[in-house]
Design a protein around this ligand. Sequence first.
Ligand code: AMP
Ligand code: ZN
Length: 467
Amino acid sequence: MRLYNTLSKRKEEFVPVEEGKVKMYVCGPTVYNFIHIGNARPMIVFDTVRRYFEYKGYDVNYVSNFTDVDDKIINKAIEEKVSADEISKRYIAECKKDMEGMNVKPATTHPLATEEICGMVDMIGDLIQKGYAYEKNGTVYFRTRQFKDYGKLSHKNLDDLRSGERSLLVTGEDEKEDPLDFVLWKPKKEGEPSWDSPWSAGRPGWHIECSVMSRKYLGEQIDIHAGGEDLVFPHHENEIAQSEAANGKEFAKYWMHNAFLNIDNHKMSKSLGNFRTVREISEQYDLQVLRFFMLSAHYRSPLNFSAELMEASKSGLERIVNAADNLKFLMREAEGDMRPEEEEAFAKTAGFVKEFEDAMDEDFNTADAVAAVFDFVKFCNIHAGEGNSKEYLQKLFDLLVKLTDVLGLIVDKEEEILAEDIEKMIEERQAARKAKDFARADAIRDELQAKGIILEDTREGVKWKRA
Ligand code: AMP
Ligand code: ZN
């Protein structure tokens, strides 16, 4: 497997830090509003990366934070006259709903910055002790020039940064030893949430959050650190400086960055008024369509969101789902094991699997992987029909589900029967038994069984479980 590493600016063979395991950290959103479709891009892209590693048999520890302390959250709280905590909790819950709609798996851990302040205070103290940080009037700064490798990710050198330092100077930070130094801890302003620390009652800078959460949940050295390309500088550059200065070893082996999502060929921004939230899209489309749209391009290519492309994605996804439905329909009537000519036909599907894996192995080329799925769909449409055995059809179906599942696309739309409906049917069955209508009682049991629900008559009553 090869992936593009922003650090070396080339594709590299993936070699895990620990055999069979992948430790990855993806910078998550700042939660002060519904997530927009730009935020959805890294979520979908890196969820797909995770799924492919899992498909390859790796055990993936996937950590993605929520930044729940930030100026934007505080401003929104003031605007609504509620606490910052209420704002962040509300939008974390909304974000999780959107993630579910896009079939983005929950992370192994979703740490919250506000619950990790202790660890941040520890790391900042450690950096001061090691000479990488200093305090001035309650604010702690990172001594950027002290870290010799500063600039290695963004490929900037310190002298270039010096010439642009005017723009890096933030008002009120003129007490810094050097304009390149950045904030690790800042004292609170009136009415802001704050925590105690040896330097002041205040809150952490944004960059230190990720260094601390990554180390706590994944260890000092991780395989992949990821996010949108706007995070390369300064966020990720600063994370490297903090983590490597504190831990004395390389932080992440591979740095992956997705390109930006534009809208109607313009940068998406609030000031241009062309902002679209995932929630708005969900009113018009199944979010599976949004996911399919995101994967139709390579993650390192800019992607343009438009109504036409969404319509094209909708029909593309329908083609795949229709093929799955057709196989399911055929399976209902079919029976028996694979026949020799079917074995021969099925052997040909290895070609599609190879096409799919080759695409994903080459820096997660999801556009080509989708093309491989389409080729397989075409094959199914031609080579599956009424005369085929159940085993053959099932195998085609399972393979289609397996490949689309790597992309996080749900093609097996059989709606899961709800617990309350199951309970209702069980009650109806009990009533039928009481009335000695055993035919009806058996019919209900069979109906549930067909939906994958198994009933067990026990002394305490009827119990059920999903097969
Ligand atoms: P933020 O909440 O701004 O920190 O962003 C959360 C994640 O979304 C980061 O990985 C950003 O790089 C990413 N992101 C923000 N806007 C876009 C966009 N228009 N296209 C792609 N990724 C984006
Ligand atoms: Zn981060």
